[in-house]
Design a protein around this ligand. Sequence first.
Ligand code: GUN
Ligand code: FE
Length: 417
Amino acid sequence: MVIKGNIISADRFGEIRIIKNGYIVIKDEKIANLSDILPFEYKDDELIDYGNKLIFQAFSDMHLHAPQFPMLGMGYDLELLDWLNTYTFPTEAKFSNVEYAKKTYKVLAKELIKNGTTRVAMFSSLHKDSTLILMDELDKAGISGYVGKVNMDRNGGVDLEEDTDDSINDTIDWIKKSNFKNIRPIITPRFIPSCTPKLLKALGEIAEKYDLKIQSHLSENISEINLVKSLENVTEYYKAYEKYGLWNNKTLMAHCVHSSEEEIKSLRDNGVYVVHCASSNNNLTSGYARIRYLLNNGVKVVLGSDIAAGDKLSMFDNVVETIKASKARVIIGDNLAFLTPEEAFYLATSAANEFFGEKPGFAVGNKFNAIVLDDSDLLNTEKLSIKERFERMFYLREEDAIKVVYSNGKAVYNSKN
Ligand code: GUN
Ligand code: FE
């Protein structure tokens, strides 16, 4: 199959590659060729011509909470710890009901695809069966990536807390039952205040034994950091993960708004990914993460919507939130540049490719994940450069701008259907 249109990819941090009226050749889910003229050998392949439309790389949302989807856009009057206890834990507790889970997760999977998010690293709840349902619904919708059964055996209250041994046994059972085409299990201690040392130690061992990736939260909020230091008797938050084998180059840590110099150095030296969640950090008054500073210091950064602390499922919107948060840092006195749309787009797409074992951009050999966008109803489209049209899509795209979404080489969303 060959796809034609105005192709935009984030090949390098801060630079987009534009191929006007270019061709992408797709073979067996993957990109076989990318160029401005169609190589002769593909001239008889089926060609879909998207005319003057824009073809973007699809997005990777590297941190979000599926069972918080029902509370999206509500409860932002509290900071993290009170927000968790008051709104979040009661909402997640409802996912003991597998029927409710199925209904909710079907809608979530559809919404993700409709918004051009084809890859995720996602938190489920602590419930094993509902987690398997979530994985199945994402897989069926055409989403790839990682889903974690959450572990929490302390401070969850009566309705959202596991017995330590049950938590460990359920995790192993869930890993063994996770047989999906494109969705894999990821070890997911909620955060240090939710997990006892015994559980954290077991999770580190399970991650190693089954060779699994890891995701959690780090240095999001000052009260949280102080709580972790007192619970675990550590001088730095990250050391509570490090000491249990939950700190390596297969680890995603959401937030890092208040990471110390020492923590930043360890993030870099261990190749741990920071997942920046700008919308969430604003809504819960957590702070403005120092993304430019982290990048300048060699830390790997990707983006997450962090719904429902974040209120935007669309990664287009999260790119805007990221740019705005970086400008807020400049306004409050950072002597560093804010992030450009090209940079934020890279963080929302290509920066996560390495985590999925791929190269940046629409590289040959990558799975084909893309969004076809129509901006013809906006003012002056025909007079603008592709670069201007690219930038405007984040701020101004119309409700039905996304026409087709491709995941692993297949059209998984079409606005006409
Ligand atoms: N820290 C621990 N759990 C959560 C959560 O669900 N959301 C956010 N934003 N931070 C957390
Ligand atoms: Fe989160």
